[in-house]
Design a protein around this ligand. Structure first.
Ligand SMILES: *[C@@H]1O[C@H](CO)[C@@H](O)[C@H](O)[C@H]1NC(C)=O
Ligand SMILES: *[C@@H]1O[C@H](CO)[C@@H](O)[C@H](O)[C@H]1NC(C)=O
Ligand SMILES: *[C@@H]1O[C@H](CO)[C@@H](O)[C@H](O)[C@H]1NC(C)=O
Length: 280
């Protein structure tokens, strides 16, 4: 009997609404570049794709979970990879957290990566009345975690903010535990629930939309994370398109609760589809 070989071809699809499009929000890691040793590597075609979007009259913002470095350092890395991006276009969780602290009169104890500390330079941290946890990577020592625990447990009402809640992420040398794992440890120890700042929180996406001055239906989000990028954007009323780069897995296309409005091979294809729809 001859064996039957079935070749599955990845079919790309795109939402039809893009003719009304006024803005695009891009995820960074896994869409523009893959992280790893040094600066990481740009995903083929993505530098040109960002340039094409910038040359169109669409508004463009970048939305990231990055919490290991300040915005300036992070944008410097992207510029070295060849991307034409400036600091005011990039939305990481730390500035959103600072806005919340200011608004609510809170003084944080910081359990974050040493590289992120300068972002909090103007923030009052003496006599803390909450804890902020970010992806501290090698700074997640027993001592640092235990110190954050002690601050929390001594508060009358322990208040924990987490910059994202990822489980793990991939770098070129392998998988790495993300902030969500340590957030859960502190939640468990103190019997509390953290407030998550960053994707997929609606408040986070909303702050990007208001900076763009656009309505959700006028904006498209492009990301590699089906739940946090695509699902998060959809829950705010935006369309969400997934790229087959970064952490994408084929099973995402049969996910039980999130269905992307479109799926494309990479950012370059997404941008070509956006611009060709708009051309008509
Ligand atoms: C940075 O980006 C913002 C938003 O797109 C833009 O208004 C500003 O002019 C840009 N600044 C520079 C120096 O390119
Ligand atoms: C964070 O980690 C770096 C590198 O291992 C180390 O030099 C630094 O002292 C650590 N900082 C804290 C606050 O633990
Ligand atoms: C970003 O955060 C979301 C959830 O908040 C998580 O699912 C995702 O893995 C995170 N990505 C990275 C690169 O940490």
């Amino acid at each position: 009997m001859r064996s039957l070989m079935v070749v599955l071809m990845a079919v790309s699809s795109f939402p039809a609404c893009v003719s009304e499009l006024k803005g695009v929000i891009l995820d960074l890691c896994g869409v523009l570049y893959d992280s790893g040793e040094g600066d990481g590597v740009a995903i083929p075609g993505s530098v040109e794709a960002v340039n094409k979007l910038k040359a169109s009259n669409l508004k463009l913002r970048f939305c990231t979970n990055e919490t290991q470095a300040t915005r300036e350092k992070f944008v410097g890395k992207l510029q070295r990879l060849g991307f034409n991006i400036n600091v005011s276009e990039v939305f990481p969780p730390a500035p959103a957290a600072i806005a919340i602290l200011t608004h609510r009169g809170l003084r944080p104890h910081l359990l974050v990566h040493d590289g992120l500390l300068p972002e909090f330079d103007g923030v009052e941290t003496t006599d803390p009345n909450c804890v902020i946890i970010g992806d501290a990577a090698e700074n997640f020592s027993y001592q640092n975690l235990n110190q954050a625990f002690k601050v929390l447990i001594e508060l009358e009402k322990p208040l924990l903010f987490s910059l994202g809640q990822g489980r793990y992420y991939k770098e070129t040398d392998g998988l790495k535990l993300d902030v969500g794992v340590y957030m859960k440890a502190l939640e468990y120890a103190c019997d509390i629930k953290a407030e998550v700042i960053g994707k997929p929180s609606q408040m986070f996406f909303q702050s990007v939309l208001s900076d763009m001055g656009l309505q959700p239906h006028e904006v498209l989000m492009i990301g590699d994370d089906l739940v946090s990028d695509v699902g998060g954007a959809q829950s705010c009323g935006m369309k969400g398109v997934q790229v087959r780069t970064g952490k994408y897995r084929p099973s995402d296309e049969r996910h039980p609760s999130v269905t992307a409005d479109g799926t494309v091979d990479d950012l370059a294809q997404a941008v070509d589809m956006i611009l060709s729809h708009r051309g008509h």
